[in-house]
Each structure stands twice: as structure tokens, then as C-alpha cells.
Design a binder for this molecule. Structure first.
Ligand SMILES: Nc1ncnc2c1ncn2[C@@H]1O[C@H](COP(=O)(O)OP(=O)(O)OP(=O)(O)O)[C@@H](O)[C@H]1O
Length: 443
């Protein structure tokens, strides 16, 4: 059982969620505004925040940011319409655990909740390396990537891994560790995006009892825990200036000093960092220290976006189908050509993470052995058609049909699939709407 705060302004949907999750033994608190959520997380304890993305008085991500400022590391799941996926992807950079697209599929929701609660338990502890869930890809760009990884892994150089959200930066960091001389020592991953300023220093360097309000016991810092091994700092650009100074000192002098202590503890740690944005820009703007940047950037690895990986996309699709079949006890053997074309033409702003989520959902919604396009989010189709349409063809009829299809699909989403409302908005009668939906294969 988990204590879950749900922030959702659509009260009917919120009550549905509440009923469903209560039945699954969770304790639910419902709120409809960002302001109310602020108050609640300041005064009550929750195990999970389930936040709608768009709200009348703000966006769910503000609650995520507020929880981090309060020093809380509760997992956060953002609920979003597919049109907002790009923005939801950004919320992952701010420390959201995951996002789920509406309309929410109940089994998918339970799966994401379960994952986020178990991840919380194992957060920042030594990660068990399991290779079976990962593949490398066979494109030229993947070959180059692994050539670089193989080259730098055995050295003790500090590495910056740069890449869009969800491109597999943590996996790359773990591979570097596994191929290094430190492989038998700990690999510790720290998500700097989810740590407040105060927490970050104590998490990295530890503290002694009484060092600050709330420091009830001595706590070992992760530098000490990772001694002899590798420390992976994800979203390193989020560290405050003061913590950056402490980090630089730890790297230069190879000693750390827990908060509130005068003791110097020697440490031997290899640092791998990851960032979504170009740290050299943050450096030029003064948000990231130049000396630290150069100390961290002894070698840079650029992770390619999924859309740039050519034939790897298909390999990853098949790989994630196999994993989802195993995890969800399904038996999907192939995908219809329409579904495949959609998967191959979409631009995947959330990269491997988004692909893995979309495939998991597709497999979940496929009881038989062939996955159909109906198991993919409607909005993915809209997004692909919007990409392809401009300037793609000079066939006026095809363009008109495409526009009509997109408009119908978008309107249906807007009115939550209420056909009467959609027909009214489109200024056609219901019968015509049904006929067009059938013609265009819109569910
Ligand atoms: N080579 C791979 N093979 C299979 N799955 C992968 C691979 N690399 C990453 N993934 C999957 O993609 C998802 C995102 O990976 P990861 O967390 O490493 O990305 P990231 O770039 O660190 O993300 P973020 O920028 O949000 O921190 C995870 O679910 C991971 O399991």
C-alpha cells in the first residue's frame, strides 16, 4: 500500500482514478490545484505524487520542483496528453520518475506505480548489473559510440556523457564501469536533478549528527560508499554553485569532509557525469564552474538521439517487444505494417525511454500475436502526419484528406472522444463523422 497524492482537475477522471487505486490497496488524497498540492506536501507524507500536467493554476511540474526544494525525493509520475509528451520528457530531467499518457490504461498505471515505488526503495544504492535487458545496436553511429566507450572505459579519466533525455546515459555509464578496473567495486548512481541544494551536499559527502536540522544520525556520503568504484552523477548541471565548489575540491584533493565534521576522509572514486544540455553553455552563462567543467570533461561521449540511429530503431522495437512479452506475459510476435510504419516515422523526443513505454503499452493492449496500430496512442499518428504533411506532397486531394483526418483525430481528443460534441465542433452530423472515422481508421 502506498500513500498517493493525485493532482487532477478533471474531477470525474480523478474519482475514477481514486476508486481504481483504492481497490488496489492504495491510500489516495485528491487535489485539484497546484496551490492545494503545495500545502499538502508541506504538511503530510506521501509515497508517490501522481500529477496532471496542465492545471488551471499552473503545471504539475511546479509541484515536482516544490517537492525537491523541500528536500523530498518522493517519486513523481506526470500524467499528460500525448501532445505534451515533449514537455513531459523535460519533467523527467527535473527528476520525475516517469510519465504516463492519457487516456490512462489501468494496467499500465499500476505497472508504472509499482516500478516507481520499487525504484524508490533501491534508489542510490548499488545497482545490480543485468546485461540481458540491454542491446547495443548495429548502426554506424552505435559502432562509433561503443568504440569510444571501449577506449575510455579502462582508463581512470572523468567522462561527461551528453545526450537528450532517455538516450541511455545511465546505461552507458554503467558499461564504462563494468569495463573498467573498478568493475568489482561499487557503481553508485546519483540523480542530482532530484536533490535539493542541502540534500545534495549531504548525499555526496555525508554529514555528522546535528550538522543541520534533521540530521539525526551520522550519514556516510556516496563518495565514501563508492570508494574504489565509480560515482555516476546524472544531471550534474543541476548542482548548486556551492556544491560544485565542494565537488571540485573532492576531485582535486581526493578527500571529502562530511557536513559538520572536521575530519578529512580520503576517497578514490572515478567520476562519470551526465547532462541533457550542453554544459559548456551553462559554463559560459556562469551557472557552471569552468574549472569543474574541465576537471569533469577529460573525455566526452555523445549519445545519439534515437531518431538519428537509423536501423537501430527497428532492433530496439523488437528488443522491447521481447522484454514486454516476458514482463507482461504476452505473446506478441509481429506488428502490422501500419503500426510499424508509425513507429518508424515518429521522431521519439523521449528516445529509448519513450520507445520502451510505447512498446510496453502496445504489448499490454495486444492479447493476440499481431500488434495493431490501435494499440499505439492516437496522438502519435497526428504527430507523424504533422511531420510528414508540410511540403510532402502536391496531391491536393491527399493533403485535404490528411488535414481532415488530423483535424478529426485532434477534435476527438479535445472532447475526450465524445462523438456528438466532436461532430458539433466539426460542423458535420454524427453519421458523417462515423463514416469519416471508419474511412480514416480512427478509433
Ligand atoms: N542500450 C539499451 N538497450 C535497451 N534499453 C536501453 C538501452 N539504453 C537505455 N535503455 C532504456 O531506456 C531508458 C532510459 O535509459 P537511461 O535512464 O539510461 O537514459 P538517460 O539518458 O540516463 O535518461 P535521463 O536523461 O532521463 O536521465 C531505460 O528504461 C533503459 O532501460
Amino acid at each position: 500500500m502506498a500513500r498517493i497524492l493525485i493532482l487532477e482537475d478533471d474531477t470525474t477522471f480523478a474519482q475514477l482514478l481514486e476508486g481504481f487505486l483504492s481497490k488496489n490497496m492504495h491510500e489516495i488524497t485528491l487535489v485539484t490545484s497546484v496551490k492545494q498540492s503545495f500545502k499538502l506536501i508541506e504538511n503530510q507524507e506521501f509515497d508517490l505524487l501522481l500529477l496532471d500536467y496542465r492545471l488551471p493554476d499552473g503545471i504539475g511540474v511546479e509541484v515536482l520542483a516544490h517537492s525537491r526544494n523541500l528536500g523530498l525525493s518522493i517519486p513523481v509520475i506526470i500524467m499528460t496528453s500525448f501532445n505534451d509528451v515533449r514537455t513531459a520528457v523535460k519533467s523527467m530531467q527535473m527528476g520525475a520518475f516517469d510519465y504516463i499518457t492519457k487516456p490512462v490504461n489501468p494496467d499500465e498505471l499500476l505497472m508504472v506505480i509499482k516500478n516507481s515505488l520499487t525504484k524508490k526503495e533501491s534508489k542510490n544504492t548499488e545497482v545490480k548489473e543485468t546485461d540481458a535487458d540491454f542491446i547495443k545496436g548495429k548502426s554506424a553511429i552505435a559502432d562509433k559510440l561503443y568504440e569510444h566507450i571501449d577506449l575510455v572505459a579502462p582508463t581512470d579519466m572523468s567522462v561527461i556523457i551528453q545526450g537528450e533525455s532517455g538516450t541511455g546515459k545511465e546505461f552507458a555509464a554503467r558499461t564504462l564501469h563494468q569495463q573498467s578496473k573498478r568493475a568489482k567495486r561499487p557503481f553508485i548512481a546519483i540523480d542530482c536533478g532530484s536533490l535539493s541544494k542541502d540534500l545534495a551536499a549531504s548525499e555526496l559527502f555525508g554529514h555528522v549528527k546535528g550538522a543541520f536540522t534533521g540530521a539525526l544520525n551520522d550519514k556516510k556520503g556516496q563518495f565514501e560508499v563508492a570508494d574504489g568504484g565509480t560515482l555516476f552523477l546524472d544531471e550534474v548541471g543541476n548542482l548548486s554553485y556551492e556544491v560544485q565548489i565542494k565537488l571540485l575540491r573532492a576531485l582535486q584533493e581526493r578527500v571529502i569532509q562530511p557536513l559538520g565534521s572536521s575530519k578529512q576522509i580520503p576517497v578514490n572514486v572515478r567520476i562519470i557525469t551526465a547532462t541533457n544540455d550542453d554544459l559548456s553553455n551553462s559554463m559560459q552563462q556562469g551557472a557552471f564552474r569552468e574549472d569543474l567543467y574541465h576537471r569533469l570533461n577529460e573525455f566526452k561521449i555523445q549519445l545519439p538521439a534515437l531518431r538519428d540511429r537509423g536501423g537501430d530503431l527497428e532492433l530496439f522495437i523488437n528488443h522491447f517487444i521481447q522484454l514486454s512479452n516476458r514482463d507482461l506475459e504476452r505473446n506478441v510476435k509481429s506488428i502490422s505494417s501500419e503500426a510499424k510504419s508509425l513507429l518508424l516515422n515518429y521522431d521519439w523526443p523521449g528516445n529509448l525511454r519513450e520507445l520502451s513505454n510505447v512498446i510496453k503499452r502496445m504489448v499490454l493492449l495486444t492479447p493476440g500475436d499481431v500488434a495493431q496500430v490501435t494499440a499505439l496512442p492516437d496522438e502519435m499518428m497526428i504527430s507523424v502526419h504533422q511531420q510528414i504533411a508540410p511540403g510532402g506532397t502536391s496531391d491536393l486531394k491527399a493533403v485535404n484528406e490528411q488535414n481532415e483526418k488530423t483535424l478529426i483525430a485532434e477534435t476527438l481528443i479535445k472532447v475526450k472522444h465524445n462523438k456528438s460534441k466532436a461532430a458539433k465542433m466539426l460542423n458535420i452530423d454524427r453519421k458523417t463523422l462515423y463514416a469519416k472515422m471508419e474511412r480514416y481508421g480512427i478509433e
